[in-house]
Design a protein around this ligand. Structure first.
Ligand code: FAE
Length: 511
């Protein structure tokens, strides 16, 4: 190092950088900063799961959940709660810092992953590149051509995305459920597409031959996966931690953010796995990356604005939220191709594609329901193009943040999904079940897995994710994307974080 550059280092010490949340956005940011030689604190409210138990026994399966399943609940709360109207699927569990969290608002429950790796710990691994034309429609403010030529391929490569193994999908008894639904799609004139995933298909094939411990084939989804899924702890976070520059602070929640000169003071609440508060401290950072997810980041910022902690935030903060048009529905199948099997892989592989970017578009992923029984039931996670938005607001009476998403706002999603289901039933026989969802509903309009928006790029932030009115705070998660994408979101969230970090580092914003 020359005398001039070592002098420059002494005169301008490396910035203290905090990343709040360790999902897709936080993991990309941690890796890209660490590769630049910058030290970061990665602050995560959930557990560092890999440190809790030997590999292979970290998580509990969907059909036999224990305390590790839910983030501070006393009962599991599965999306499909019933079968034949009987609530035997959910279990009482001890109150514990488990891996699946639920944010409950008046008319919307949002499921999310909690722990080092965020949503990658619990999700189905479906890694879908959106249609470029639809991203152009929802985010015209970014250079979409560049996004698709540079950052989407980067995300797919670094996440380890692969097409489902065709032999497994075509022949395995664990994929009878998807073949049944695909055959019914064809009879109704619908196209079936394969759905890329980050699961290791070679591992799954060995599972099916009983050569390795079962994971996807043992219902390990939603409450964590012990073997084959390439969660962030096996990709981005592994690489970030290998640099030695990342300090993980697990079981540590950021509860407040406020300025101190050109820096920011974070209030950190450290808890134990039973929820007892061990300490509350205040730490000053020069730069803060908000990657707490669409709900986590939006809640924190809406509250900080309302309480005057970050008074410079603009009116777009908290706006343009949506559930990615998520609507779940289950069909009881009839006629030929009505058997969905007694065993099912927990990892989806196909979907019905009826998407043309209009508001009647539907991408209905064929989801497993691995309860160990022949249910003759096809489950779909329908993604739709819902034109409505929800908004977060601070409620001074309760001290909480509310979300204005209602069943009425969800109605266009239900209507679009219903058109497809009606056509499937008309062509194949069968009917939409009303004995599986809460309240006897046929179509879910009250929960989602894909929260998006609340701090939209180019509106609440500049075009690289830096908050307008709070320089030095950068948003890096699903809150940047307004409401919907037409596909499962983590590839796009990863690509967006890659894009923003690339541009921010090039612009010297972490110097
Ligand atoms: P996320 O991954 O949620 O990470 C946020 C992190 O911040 C979490 O680890 C939180 O614990 C942490 N955090 C929150 N608040 C604080 C705080 N105040 N202080 C400290 N830490 C905090 O955000 N997407 C797909 O693309 N394909 C799928 O197959 C798929 N399946 C899903 C299945 C389920 C059951 C669920 C729940 C989600 C699924 N998703 C799927 C959605 C996907 O996981 C989600 O879009 C991303 O994880 C969001 O990434 P972010 O980086 O925005």
């Amino acid at each position: 190092m020359s005398l001039a550059s070592s002098l420059a280092r002494v005169l301008s010490p490396a910035p203290r950088i905090a990343i709040i949340g360790s999902g897709y956005g936080g993991s990309v940011a941690a890796l890209r900063l660490a590769q630049k030689g910058l030290a970061v604190d990665l602050i995560e409210m959930g557990q560092d799961w890999d440190k809790t138990a030997p590999a292979g026994s970290v998580f509990s399966p969907m059909n036999n959940p224990d305390k590790r399943s839910m983030w501070f609940e006393t009962k599991t709360d599965m999306p499909y709660m019933y079968l034949s109207g009987l609530n035997w699927i959910n279990r009482t569990v001890p109150y514990y810092a488990g891996v699946l969290g639920i944010e409950r608002f008046a008319e919307m429950k949002v499921y999310h992953g909690v722990g080092l790796g965020g949503g990658s710990l619990v999700n189905g691994g479906m890694a879908v590149t959106p249609r470029q034309s639809f991203v152009q429609q929802v985010m015209p403010q970014i250079n979409v051509a560049e996004f698709f030529s540079k950052y989407i391929p980067m995300a797919n490569t670094n996440l380890g995305v692969a097409q489902p193994a065709s032999d497994m999908v075509a022949n395995s008894t664990y994929y009878l459920f998807t073949r049944a639904a695909a055959a019914q799609n064809a009879k109704a004139g619908y196209t079936t597409v394969t759905v890329p995933n980050v699961y290791d298909w070679d591992y799954m094939r060995l599972e099916s031959f009983n050569r390795v411990p079962k994971s996807a084939l043992a219902s390990e989804v939603i409450f964590g996966n012990n073997y084959g899924k390439k969660s962030l702890t096996k990709t981005y976070l592994k690489a970030a931690l290998a640099t030695g520059k990342v300090t993980v602070k697990p079981l540590t929640e950021v509860t407040r953010i406020r300025p101190s000169g050109s820096s920011y003071i974070l209030t950190l609440k450290k808890i134990d796995t039973a929820g007892a508060v061990l300490s509350t401290t205040e730490v000053t950072y020069d730069k803060v990356i908000m990657a707490a997810g669409s709900i986590g980041t939006s809640k924190m910022l809406v509250k900080a604005k309302a309480l005057g902690d970050l008074p410079g935030l603009n009116a777009s903060v908290g706006k343009k939220w949506g559930p990615n048009g998520n609507t779940m529905v289950a069909r009881k199948l009839a006629g030929a191709n009505s058997s969905t099997g007694t065993v099912q892989s927990g990892i989806p592989a196909q979907g019905l594609m009826a998407w043309d970017d209009s508001t009647s578009s539907v991408f209905a992923e064929i989801a497993p329901f691995p309860v160990g029984l022949e249910t003759n039931t096809a489950n779909y996670l329908a993604l739709t193009n819902n034109p409505n938005f929800g908004e977060f607001t601070y409620n001074a009476t309760t001290g909480k943040v509310d979300l204005s998403w209602t069943a009425a706002k969800h109605a266009p999603s239900v209507a679009a999904a219903k058109v497809v289901m009606d056509k499937l039933n008309a062509a194949n026989g069968g009917y939409v079940r009303t004995d599986m969802l809460e309240g006897g509903k046929a179509y879910s309009d009250f929960f989602c897995y894909h929260p998006l928006g609340g701090c939209v790029i180019g509106e609440a932030t500049d075009l690289n994710g830096e908050l307008k009115g709070a320089p030095g705070i950068f948003v890096m998660d699903g809150s940047l994307i307004p409401a919907k994408l037409g596909v499962n979101p983590f590839v796009t969230i990863t690509a967006m974080a890659e894009r923003n970090m690339d541009k921010l580092i090039a612009a010297g914003r972490f110097a």
